[in-house]
Design a protein around this ligand. Structure first.
Ligand code: NDP
Length: 501
């Protein structure tokens, strides 16, 4: 039975896995609770999928893999467009589910869900346009490559942007002819299940798209380790990503890793400070700091430190933290008790390593059971401090001073991560030459991060391998076959230099 949402009661019923085009309570029929982070109260029971369910889902995806691969690309594209229309039709319900389950405030969840069709349309448009290439080889031969799907792809999704991150990898996988098994994060399974319902309504054949809910160490690990999974897209922490890569290596799966970050927001001395403050706040407070590209290292040029900090605290005073369903909320709760405890622990660590400049506590007037924290800023942070090096995944920023570009670049690059950077200033030569020296997968100049289907996203160093989005993502969901045709009568074989083989 399809999932039902009662917004006023904040309850969801009939959360079931989606395998081979049918709803399933799972082999064990065991469930686990998922909670509303605004209150800490249970909103639904979700099936606790295990290796048996993963086996069933992978087998279902495998059964239809060849048929889906050879379905005309134009037909696959049409189904993705039909799905985009379904998402638009059900946008309000999807946004409410996402807000209730993940803690995005409602207006943000609506914005995010409203953008989902962009990814589906982008990949629908590319389905019949990407392909192999012709290669000039010696002799009267025709040589070319074919891009083929991998087969069954696994999609292991985190809890911070559940539906967006699911869509950004499932859309190219389906468009390019793969069949999919999704494992959503245990804290945020609900939007994936609603999405599955829409996939079915859009007309996708059963088995092409499957969702197995459950715990990472059970369903997630079983999926990554499954020998019939040919490709794995994992988005999550660097630590878990390494485990998933090892599981995939045992059966030589192609693995895309979109991992953590500790991204810098750099304020140059000629920056417009109001704009710089806005970018900085977006950088570490968006989704309560639970963003892979969160700009939690604030590199502020020493010449503008004082005015920047004054403006920053005024801007934070005006940030409304509260229940995601309340009018005007700009920052909701953290996703779970576990994440709340983790962020609180880092705030305590920060107090012992640096100066607490702003926040550090619990906002006033919020639900006692909710996982709320204030935006928090530490100053006098040395670059080697734990709060400057470790991914906190909460609204906690470390202000670090710099005086010249050599010092800046050395400090920014002194990190195991290399996901993203924001540079704020006016001297474009200075900004661009700094951008070239940073060891990161993306740089935004005088702007804050905006995820788009057409621009490649991914990390250097321990922030990941491969790319999501843009044409670059094609490689993550395809493999190359080389085909050569000899157009002359067959002669004794020779190598390229004409010598006998
Ligand atoms: P986790 O690494 O804890 O979990 C990610 C996913 O992996 C979840 O579905 C989780 O399931 C599953 N998982 C956990 N253990 C295993 C395992 N042993 N085998 C297979 N799967 C497993 O990350 P979070 O959910 O905490 O997400 C936050 C992290 O994601 C941050 O580090 C953030 O930077 C990163 N991220 C990166 C992005 C990027 O594009 N680079 C984008 C967004 C987030 P379960 O939830 O049930 O444990």
């Amino acid at each position: 039975m399809s999932l039902t949402l009662d917004t006023s009661a904040r309850r969801v019923e009939h959360a079931q896995m989606f395998i081979a085009g049918a709803w399933s309570a799972g082999a064990s029929r065991a469930t686990f609770p998922t909670v509303d982070p605004n209150t800490g109260e249970t909103i639904a029971q979700v099936p606790r999928g295990d290796a048996t369910d993963v086996d069933r889902a992978v087998a279902a995806a495998r059964r239809v893999a060849v048929e889906w691969q050879f379905t005309d690309a134009i037909v696959r594209a049409g189904l993705l467009r039909a799905l985009a229309a379904k998402v638009t039709e059900h946008a309000d319900e999807l946004a409410r589910l996402e807000a209730l389950d993940s803690g995005h405030y409602l207006a943000k969840a609506q914005e995010l869900v409203g953008a989902i069709p962009l990814w589906l349309d982008y990949w629908a448009s590319l389905a019949d346009k990407v392909g192999g290439r012709q290669i000039e080889v010696p002799g009267n031969k025709l040589s070319f490559t074919i891009l083929e799907p991998l087969g069954v792809t696994a999609h292991i999704v985190p809890w911070n942007y559940p539906l967006l991150i699911l869509t950004r990898s499932v859309a190219p996988a389906l468009a390019l002819g793969n069949t999919c098994v999704v494992k959503p994060a245990e804290d945020t399974s609900l939007s994936a299940l609603k999405f599955a319902e829409l996939v079915a309504e859009a007309g996708f054949p059963g088995g092409v798209f499957n969702v197995v809910t459950g715990y990472g160490g059970e369903a997630g690990a079983a999926l990554a380790a499954h020998p019939d999974v040919a490709g794995i897209t994992f988005t999550g922490s660097t630590e878990t990503g390494k485990q998933v890569a090892k599981l995939g290596a045992d059966h030589v799966a192609q693995v895309n890793l979109e991992l953590g970050g500790k991204s810098p927001t750099v304020v140059f001395p000629d920056a417009d400070l109001d704009e710089a403050v806005e970018a900085a706040v977006q950088g570490f407070c968006s989704h309560t700091g639970q963003v892979c590209v969160a700009g939690t290292r604030l590199f502020v040029h020493r010449d503008v430190r004082e005015p920047f900090l004054r403006k920053l605290s005024m801007r934070l005073d005006a940030t409304r933290v509260g229940d995601g369903f309340a009018e005007g909320t700009q920052m909701g709760p953290l996703v779970s008790q576990r994440q709340y405890d983790r962020v609180r622990e880092y705030i305590e660590i920060g107090k012992s390593e640096a100066t607490l400049y702003y926040g550090g506590g619990r906002p006033e007037g919020v639900h006692a059971g909710g996982y709320f924290v204030e935006p928090t800023v530490f100053t006098d942070v040395v670059n080697t401090a734990r709060i400057a090096q470790e991914e906190i995944f909460g609204p906690v920023a470390s202000v670090i001073g710099w005086s010249d570009e050599d010092e800046l670049v050395e400090k920014v690059n002194d990190s195991i991560y290399g996901l993203f950077a924001v540079l704020l200033g006016r001297d474009i030569t200075r900004l661009l030459s700094t951008a070239r020296r940073l060891q990161v997968g993306g740089v935004m100049i005088n702007d804050w991060f905006g995820e788009l289907p057409m621009t490649p996203h991914g990390g250097h160093k321990q922030s990941g391998t491969g790319r999501e989005e843009g044409l670059e993502a094609v490689h993550g969901y395809t493999q190359v076959k080389h085909v050569a045709i000899n157009l002359d009568p067959l002669r004794p074989a020779t190598d390229w230099a004409g010598a006998p083989l």
